[in-house]
Write a protein that binds this ligand. Structure first.
Ligand code: ADP
Length: 493
């Protein structure tokens, strides 16, 4: 009797997870203008190019707004404004005064958190729960954290003298639009640099909202310039002779183009590029917790995370059990309207990205891997992908080697520590990894031997402004976050 009722409870829980009544966030809390101009020298101005491009809601394919496309002349103006503000104002300002501005921005992001979360979700397709509970608060926290350092650089670099670099050109991707902007702008300002930032072309809106805040915060004109456009706008920033530092987060391919472009110049750079993180589950791990961590690591946020745990290595003795648990959990994930507060997996960011993911799913099948997809119904309109796992994967398969940037997990088994270390390290990337075990000694053994910038133990995808983040190998170089993040925005003597 007791057994039967336990079974029923579990069944009920699964059923109810899939049949929750809609709980949509209201769009009324956010105002999106029909058109956005470039934010240069403290003002919004029309692009010299006279061109605008559409920003689309990937969940519905509806147009949200028209965004200005900055050309070379616009980039020149933005860099000139940043240089002027740097020379006349920002580098001379007492650090405690600089901090006040950064604190003000942090507070204003907090005050407008709901609006930011709604716009982030409408523009990028990520679940409102993610934007509301992670992206926006973490963005505000980055401003708070670096505001705190602005007048304490002598403690960050004891017995050394620091000076700002000058104008920082910052280019960011579409997966964490506001958070990446905060991640880049906050340490640059705290160290006394001025900024020209370009968001990704399909997710410019929250960066432009941030520009509104920067204007309202009365930041001296030109200290932060936010210009929009696609790859050619980014390239114009990278190649501009008066830019002293490039901070880039994006694909490894573009990272390589940037490296070639700045070779032989005295520009400094931090590059945060792709990843193919391994999550490793040992047989002594708390399996339910590990499965939840794996789900969180690759499926929440549609796998649109450079440090997503897209490979899973499970110790042979618990392999079957873990795969069964994963499949069960996959069935309970709610895929659909990102504005619904219950949604786990929202929309894929763009049609192009959906095509890339679907192509990899075909490649996986052709390579002979065994595919399992959840049976979730997908909305008729918009860009969606069912969470997908592959077993029977070979280490050399493309789905185990290449970054897919979608909700697709490649699973393999292993027997020994040495075997899994070798397999986990056997990709061109090295951004992050996860280890699930009850044994501290195993954690230490693996964390010293895995070649990844960040390694989580018995958790995954945890972020904090105080911790450095960055990669090895083709995942880039330089660290962002924490004290390390200050280091890349100053000259130290
Ligand atoms: P993803 O594959 O994640 O879209 P990309 O590397 O293509 O990543 O884009 C990341 C950012 O880099 C975007 O803001 C994009 O506009 C910009 N970008 C693309 N090509 C170039 C380039 N050649 N030089 C500088 N920035 C670029």
């Amino acid at each position: 009797m007791a057994k039967a009722s336990k079974k029923n409870t579990i069944k009920l829980k699964f059923d109810s997870a899939r049949k929750l009544a809609p709980a949509p966030e209201s769009k009324a809390g956010a105002k999106i203008d029909p058109q956005y101009d470039l934010f240069i020298n403290g003002k919004f101005e029309k692009p010299t190019s006279k061109k605008y491009f559409a920003s689309i809601n990937p969940a519905t394919e509806e147009k949200l707004s028209m965004i200005a496309e900055a050309n070379q002349a616009d980039v020149n103006k933005a860099v000139k404004a940043a240089r002027g503000a740097y020379d006349k104002n920002w580098k001379k300002m007492p650090p405690a005064e600089r901090a006040k501005y950064i604190y003000r921005i942090a507070r204003m992001v907090q005050e407008r958190a709901r609006e930011f979360a709604i716009i982030e979700t409408l523009d990028g397709g990520k679940p409102i729960r993610e934007s509301r509970d992670f992206d926006v608060p973490t963005a505000a926290n980055h401003f708070f954290y670096y505001a705190g350092w602005a007048d304490k650089l002598e403690y960050a670099f004891p017995n050394r003298t620091t000076s700002p670099l000058g104008v920082a050109g910052q280019i960011i991707p579409w997966n964490f639009p506001l958070l990446m902007a905060a991640w880049k702008i906050a340490p640059a300002l705290a160290c006394g640099n001025t900024v020209v930032l370009k968001p990704a072309e399909n997710t410019s809106l929250t960066a432009l909202k941030l520009a509104e805040i920067i204007q309202e915060a009365d930041l001296p004109p030109g200290v932060v310039n936010i210009i929009t456009g696609a790859g050619s706008t980014g390239a114009a920033i990278v190649n501009h002779p008066d830019v002293n530092k490039i901070a880039f987060t994006g694909s490894t391919d573009v990272g390589k183009i940037i490296q070639r472009a700045i070779a032989g110049t005295d520009k400094k750079a931090t590059l945060e590029l792709g990843g193919k993180a391994a999550n490793i589950i040992f047989d002594d791990a708390p399996l339910d917790q590990a499965v939840e961590g794996v789900i969180n690591g690759i499926f929440f946020n549609q796998g649109h995370v450079c440090c997503a745990g897209s490979r899973l290595y499970v110790q042979e003795s618990v392999f079957k059990e873990v795969v069964r648990k994963l499949k069960d959990r996959l069935e309970t994930l709610i895929v659909g309207d990102p504005m619904d507060k219950n949604t786990d997996i929202g929309a894929i960011n763009s049609r192009e990205q959906l095509n890339i993911i679907n192509n990899y799913i075909k490649i996986g099948q052709k390579e002979g891997a065994e595919m399992y997809q959840s049976s979730a119904d997908l909305p008729k309109k918009g860009f969606y992908c069912r969470p997908t796992i592959f077993t029977n994967v070979a280490q050399s398969n493309r789905i185990a080697q290449e970054e897919i940037f979608g909700p697709v997990l490649a699973i393999q088994s292993f027997r020994t520590d040495d075997e899994v270390i070798e397999k986990a390290n056997n990709t061109p990337y090295g951004l992050s990894a996860g280890v699930w075990t009850d044994k501290g000694s195993k954690i230490f053994n693996l964390t010293t031997k895995l070649r990844a910038g960040v390694i989580w133990a018995n958790t995954f995808n945890k972020f904090d402004p105080t911790s450095p983040f960055g990669g090895y190998k083709e995942s880039g170089y330089g660290r962002e976050g924490g004290l390390h993040g200050l280091n890349t925005y100053v000259n130290v003597v």
